[in-house]
Design a binder for this molecule. Structure first.
Ligand code: 5RP
Length: 220
């Protein structure tokens, strides 16, 4: 059994009739969106908002009813993946380039449920380069400021060209030795002018559902 799939499908059990549901982005969220669509086809009544154009397109194709952000005050539950999850439940996200919208959804959700396979569990964050979304204007100056935080920042490319987010921004992947204090680093990065958001989700998750290769599922 695919560990991403079993974690995603377990998390979807928390989705109930009447909820506004935030849809994550990435290959683990793919399974959650598919399971939600199956339940909608079986009669589950929900409305969804998406963290990326990809997930929105997928939801539309699968028949999940979508609702505009200006029609809602709060999201009941968001289910999303992560690139790393440390032992305190802090996350690195943004491998798929959707971290800004993902963080807006997470911050406006009553429940933020993270779905991950066992490879995402780490002692300390930092092996996965931290994605930071920056505005394209004077990007080199913003990158110089990121370097002062003792990291090695690299502009993300797609097919040889700078990757553009759904918001028209760039992603800079910042390699740190390790990230022992995600809350502190979040503040340091987000006070740099030109930074739109960073991929650290410190103490934001309400539940973490981990799928293991042997079929076990842990909900914490
Ligand atoms: C996208 C994300 C994803 O949730 C994260 O990259 C995990 O992706 P996957 O489920 O494909 O491993 O943050 O911006």
């Amino acid at each position: 059994m695919n560990p991403k799939r079993i974690a995603a499908e377990r998390a979807v059990e928390f989705v109930k009739d009447g909820m506004i549901v935030g849809l994550g982005t990435g290959s683990t969220s793919y399974w959650a969106i598919h399971r939600i669509a199956e339940k909608v086809n079986e009669g589950l009544e929900i409305k969804a908002v998406a963290s990326s154009r990809n997930s929105e397109d997928m939801a539309m194709q699968l028949g999940i009813p979508l609702i505009a952000f200006d029609e809602i005050d709060i999201i009941d539950i968001t289910i999303d993946g992560a690139d790393e999850v440390d032992r305190h439940g802090n996350l690195t996200k943004g491998g798929g380039g959707a971290l800004l919208r993902e963080k807006i959804l997470a911050a406006n959700s009553k429940q933020f449920i993270v779905i991950a396979d066992e490879t995402k569990r780490v002692e300390l964050l930092g092996k996965f380069p931290l994605p930071v979304e920056i505005v394209p204007f004077a990007a080199n100056l913003t990158i110089n400021q990121l370097k002062r935080l003792q990291c090695d920042p690299v502009i993300r490319l797609l097919n040889g060209k700078p990757f553009m987010t759904d918001n028209g921004n760039l992603i800079v992947d910042c390699k740190f030795e390790s990230i022992p204090d995600p809350e502190k680093l979040t503040k340091q990065i987000n006070t740099i002018p030109g930074v739109a958001e960073n991929g650290l989700f410190a103490q934001m998750a309400n539940k973490i559902v981990t799928g293991y290769n042997d079929g076990r599922i842990e909900v914490k």
